[in-house]
Design a protein around this ligand. Structure first.
Ligand SMILES: Cc1cc2nc3c(=O)[nH]c(=O)nc-3n(C[C@H](O)[C@H](O)[C@H](O)COP(=O)(O)O)c2cc1C
Length: 220
């Protein structure tokens, strides 16, 4: 698989088969992704690969905390105020997903139910949690994104499916406590990892992208 093909194949997968990728396969993704560049080679990534009972335990605690409305991320992921063109793009994405699932705008209960699937990593057998040291600055967060994309592209090449998930970082204290991670490590996000359930409706839609002319200028 060449890079462009991997970029095309990668998509956010939201339903997985009940089949766990082997540890050696997961290690090969991490060993590949660690080749990503970072400022002065700081390599700011720190990850935990979580499956089995530990994943279930975190899930249960997080779902309880969600019902009790106790979320507090380590950082602000989405803008506090949505302006164009981001507002429309966000809306389009949400509509696409809920239409695919047959969930109407009015059916708030089903929307909440679907949202809660996030905290189960959409049934993926593995969640990889990504941490960064508190002392590192925005530049290192830039480096981190490169690692995450490398990881996901390699997963595609190996026939695995992923979903990068900020929602998995909504309850960082629970995750840190369960994984015995220092408070000086911020939880950035999780990636759901496994094999795609190709029959699931939710995996049938693809998001669009803006035309190049809308976000890129050439000068000479
Ligand atoms: C850092 C990051 C966090 C995300 N968090 C979530 C999430 O919590 N739940 C979810 O369903 N999708 C999440 N997504 C997936 C985006 O919705 C998705 O990437 C976007 O709509 C483009 O679709 P595609 O990934 O299928 O190309 C996240 C993506 C990124 C990069």
């Amino acid at each position: 698989m060449d890079v462009l093909e991997a970029l095309n194949v990668r998509k956010s997968t939201r339903a997985f088969l009940d089949k766990t990728p082997s540890e050696s396969l997961i290690k090969s993704l991490i060993d590949g992704a660690k080749l990503s560049p970072s400022g002065v080679n700081m390599q700011p990534w720190e990850l935990c690969v979580v499956g089995g009972d530990k994943k279930k335990k975190i899930e249960t605690k997080v779902l309880k905390a969600f019902d009790e409305k106790k979320s507090k991320m380590d950082y602000q992921y989405y803008p506090k105020e949505w302006k164009e063109p981001y507002k429309s793009r966000r809306k389009e994405m949400g509509l696409l997903m809920y239409e695919t699932l047959g969930i109407t705008r009015e059916d708030k209960q089903k929307q909440v139910q679907q949202w809660k699937e996030n905290y189960k990593a959409f049934g993926a057998p593995i969640v990889v949690y990504f941490f960064i040291d508190k002392t590192l600055e925005v530049g290192s967060w830039l480096d981190y994104g490169m690692f995450l994309q490398s990881f996901m592209l390699l997963a595609c090449e190996k026939g695995l499916a992923t979903c990068p998930m900020a929602s998995l970082a909504e309850f960082p204290n629970i995750v840190r406590q369960e994984l015995e991670i220092d408070e000086n490590k911020l939880l950035l996000c999780g990636i759901a990892l496994g094999f795609e359930d190709k029959d699931a409706k939710v995996n049938s839609f693809r998001t669009s992208r803006a035309k190049l002319e809308e976000f890129c200028k050439f000068y000479s």
